[in-house]
Design a protein around this ligand. Sequence first.
Ligand code: PMV
Length: 363
Amino acid sequence: MIDYVNPELILNKENIPTGRIAWRSPSNLALVKYWGKYGRQLPRNPSISFTLNNAFTETVLEYSPKEEDSQNIKLDFFFEKEENDAFRNKMLKFLESITDVYPFLTQLHLTVHSYNSFPHSTGIASSASAMSALAACLCSLEKELFGTLENSDDFYQKSSFIARLGSGSASRSVYPHLAIWGESDVANGSSNLFAIPWGERVHPVFKTFHDTILIADRKEKSVSSRAGHSLMEGNIFAQNRYDQANERFAKLLKALEEGDLKTFGEITENEALTLHALMMTSEPSYILIRPNTLVMIEKIRVYREATNQPLYFSLDAGPNIHLLFPDEIKDDVFDFIKQEMEPLCENGEWIADRVGEGSYQLS
Ligand code: PMV
């Protein structure tokens, strides 16, 4: 099993350089959801997602030799130009948790600047974009300091592995179009340890798919994903859910390959509702969707019946709707959004996104 643990990644104290690395990485939207984990951030079932384009994090990592000789990690953290203790503590905890993979982190003074493209607290999950951007910066750092990871496949695999340790879903953000994370017999090369690219295996219609995020409620979610995953351990539906996810995963892969939009939509919508049903049947139970989430879902279904157009929805772990549709119906759908959905969005806010290219380094 690849664990990337490497005690030899230690710098010569006399010769520690200074530098700056920057990456942009997008969020992603799971079509078959990862919900339930074990061990060191390993998934209970395989998942597959669209990589997004416009909802991204840019992270700049500056490094220099650390002055004091200690085992602590020295980290300064700025979110959108301001110091942010809550985010810093989260990042510090994550960096401390990977010193078996990257022991040299304790030898450096790190300064991280992070920016999100999407407005602050719109309920859009930022952990996938933030953790994948940070992971890519760390892999670039390894490459610069040790001359490793020259091969691009190796680089992306390791950055997906490291992103996964920070936030499971972040492992999928690094690859273009679609990515799979979690072992499955029907996906060659799939692994619980890192995501693999799947964009080349799908019908072209999915490479230009739209994902418009309708902000039903801007409030931070009341129960974190971390807590949600752990509640799956006591959920009486858990085993059935994992079996169901495997079945749906196989069916969805086939639909994606064939360009079968109807099956794609049926599975995707049901996955979103299943995720929220699992939250509602956890003990204690909780509900993250809001009244307007349901009003929007009804309207989307009415629109689909009336027009016969392949317009579908998904949900992340929150109240906001992800509207999924092929490029060829975009004009009609944007009219529908403006007329029927916008009035239901908090502050009329929605974000037009689409399938994108994954992480890339900024100069
Ligand atoms: O990556 P986490 O631990 O934040 O979990 C995210 C889980 C979902 O977003 C709800 C589903 C998924 O597969 O992305």
